[in-house]
Design a binder for this molecule. Structure first.
Ligand code: ADP
Length: 219
């Protein structure tokens, strides 16, 4: 087990945002955290990445490296820096050029290596942040609604790529407000709405009558 949450509670003033949260993550798991807006997903990620302390409960986390792909594009999207500079210098470990080029090539971005960030489309900028998250070679990759700026075609590629990383042992935590993307068989679901509405496998979730995706999907 690399993450174990026991009876976590988070309050902001008098309002309870999360209560009695219990779940665990094993190495190599693919966990989807789902729930409507305001259900506490971002707050839970803040707990995991140590940006927030629970007011009650216990969170045990093994010494692992987290990679985090935030929902909102960072400030560097406005800077004159080019793609290479962002990837090389916004990482304390100063990744090797070979690793940078390999990932740029995997993501179909090699020819944009020396383009200024601000001249890229939202989807291209998002790919740069995906690469930046992967360059830290994380044990656990946290994806916070990663597809907001991605076009449908790259989205498919993106999730196939994430599945391959997961097959190779990377633990994935995927935050999303619906289930139409990124759900794979064998993955787990943690459904939040202040409390845990469901924690179990995708298959168990389906048995309870939930469907993958919106009304146009038939499973
Ligand atoms: P989600 O990511 O699922 O949309 P959040 O974790 O962002 O949900 O928010 C859960 C609830 O906590 C919301 O009602 C939100 O308004 C509230 N909240 C989040 N951050 C703060 C904060 N810093 N201070 C007060 N309330 C907050």
């Amino acid at each position: 087990m690399i993450i174990e949450a026991e009876h976590l509670k988070v309050e902001y003033g008098h309002s309870v945002v999360l209560s009695d949260i219990n779940f665990y993550v094993n190495k190599g798991d693919y966990l989807n955290i789902i729930g409507p807006n305001g259900s506490g997903k971002t707050t839970l990620i803040k707990l995991l990445t140590n940006l927030q302390k629970p007011s009650q409960g216990k969170l045990n986390i093994a010494p692992v490296v987290f990679g985090y792909l935030p929902q909102h594009l960072s400030q560097s999207a406005q800077l004159p820096a080019n793609v290479y500079e962002v990837l090389k210098f916004s990482n304390a470990k100063k990744p090797a050029d070979e690793a940078i080029k390999k990932l740029l090539s995997d993501m179909g971005m090699l020819e944009l290596m020396y383009h200024p960030m601000r001249k890229l489309s939202g989807g291209e900028q998002q790919r740069v942040y995906i690469i930046r998250a992967l360059l830290s070679n994380p044990d656990v990759l946290i994806l916070d609604e990663p597809t907001s700026a991605l076009d449908p075609e790259f989205r498919k590629f993106f999730y196939a790529y994430i599945e391959k990383l997961n097959d190779n042992g990377m633990t994935i935590i995927h935050v999303t407000h619906d289930l139409s993307d990124g759900l794979r068989h064998g993955s787990r679901i943690l459904e939040l709405d202040q409390v845990v509405k469901f924690f179990g496998t995708f298959e168990q979730y389906q048995l309870l009558g939930h469907k993958k995706g919106g009304h146009h999907h038939h499973v």
